[in-house]
Design a binder for this molecule. Structure first.
Ligand code: FPP
Ligand code: MG
Length: 331
């Protein structure tokens, strides 16, 4: 299966390097630093796969617009992470020191803007740019709204489960849905029947929900460094995610304890963290969160039923199946 996707991802990497080449030395140094980190490339992979899924006559993975679209979503994603790391004050990303720590916040913010502008420049060179540009413009708008909602809801112990999913939709799953839709738009089979383009979006959406819940569980419970970034980052910033929402719903005692720390945006002691971790295991909050991630994964798998049975669909199946692998031994 990898032989189908890896050469195309290598083309995406090359295009990103070429697109970001700059005569301005500090810019190029920051770009080199960013490109030396290894991301999972889920978003470009989704564009490439969904773009090839309905092309039953041959490998439309060759399609040049697909490579451009895939490169542009990776650039948008990377820009959002650079900005997110500034907001989080994070030290590490993708196993490397973050840009704003290695350089400074102003330079990192500008680099994020540069990546974003290059992403839209690439999209504007695609044949179906008149459809892709508003799709991705809207998606970045929602990313910003998601990040703003997350900041607004920080330190708020009464955040509801519905608000948590809404935030996940805005900052993660709508973007994955848009990547899948963009693949369909760049496909030689465009325009797709309504049912199929709906199924593509649903696949991306549910994959994104599962992925974000897994990431949030790991922020809480990871002991193995598999996140490639420090744990407790969200939590230390007052971002309350699913395992904690469930615990606070069940335990008035922990709710009162956390509210007492969060009311003055204080730092949660290592002792209280351990207690929260243990209590959320014992009261079923961890189990509940794992089940919600698994349900979202199953919905992603189900949406693949509407797609033609091809090797590309098998890869998409495997991606969805593996989304909960990082928490397989967390119980
Ligand atoms: C990471 O999620 C953050 C995002 C997926 C979205 C960040 C969006 C912005 C900063 C808005 C600006 C957008 C652009 C394109 C410039 P997370 O914080 O849950 O994951 P993490 O634990 O890896 O940081
Ligand atoms: Mg973050």
């Amino acid at each position: 299966m990898d032989h189908l996707i890896n050469p195309r991802l290598a083309q995406v990497d090359l295009l990103i390097q070429k697109t970001l080449r700059s005569p301005t030395r500090p810019l190029q140094e920051m770009v080199d630093h960013l490109l030396s980190g290894n991301g999972k490339k889920i978003r470009p992979m989704l564009v490439l796969l969904t773009g090839a899924l309905f092309d039953l006559n041959g490998p439309s993975l060759q399609n040049a617009d697909l490579i451009k679209t895939a490169a542009s979503v990776e650039l948008i994603h990377t820009a959002s992470l650079v900005h997110d790391d500034i907001i989080d004050g994070a030290d590490q990303r993708r196993g490397s020191v973050t840009l704003h720590k290695r350089w400074d916040t102003l330079s990192a913010a500008l680099l994020g803007d540069y990546l974003l502008s290059m992403a839209f420049k690439l999209l504007s060179n695609c044949e179906r740019s008149s459809i892709l540009l508003p799709l991705m413009g809207r998606s970045v708008e929602l990313l910003c709204r998601g990040e703003t909602m997350q900041i607004d809801k920080s330190y708020d112990c009464s955040i509801s489960e519905q608000e948590y999913y809404r935030c996940n939709y805005l900052k993660t799953s709508q973007f994955l849905a848009a990547c899948c839709e963009a693949g369909g738009i760049s496909s030689v089979a465009f325009p797709l029947p309504f049912e199929q383009s709906k199924a593509l979006r649903e696949y991306g959406f549910n994959l994104g929900q599962a992925f974000q819940i897994v990431d949030d569980i790991l922020d809480f419970y990871d002991q193995t460094g598999r996140l490639g970034k420090p744990v407790w980052v969200d939590f230390n910033r007052g971002v309350i995610t699913l395992p904690l929402i469930c615990l606070l719903r069940k335990s008035g005692r922990f709710r009162a304890l956390l509210e007492a720390v969060y009311c003055c945006q204080g730092v949660v002691s290592p002792h209280l963290k351990e207690q929260l971790k243990q209590a959320s295991r014992e009261c079923g909050a961890l189990e509940y969160s794992i089940r919600r991630a698994e349900q979202a994964k199953l919905l992603a798998l189900r949406s693949l039923n509407a797609m033609p049975q091809t090797p590309v669909r098998s890869i998409m199946f495997k991606i969805a199946e593996s989304v909960t692998a990082r928490i397989a031994d967390i119980r």
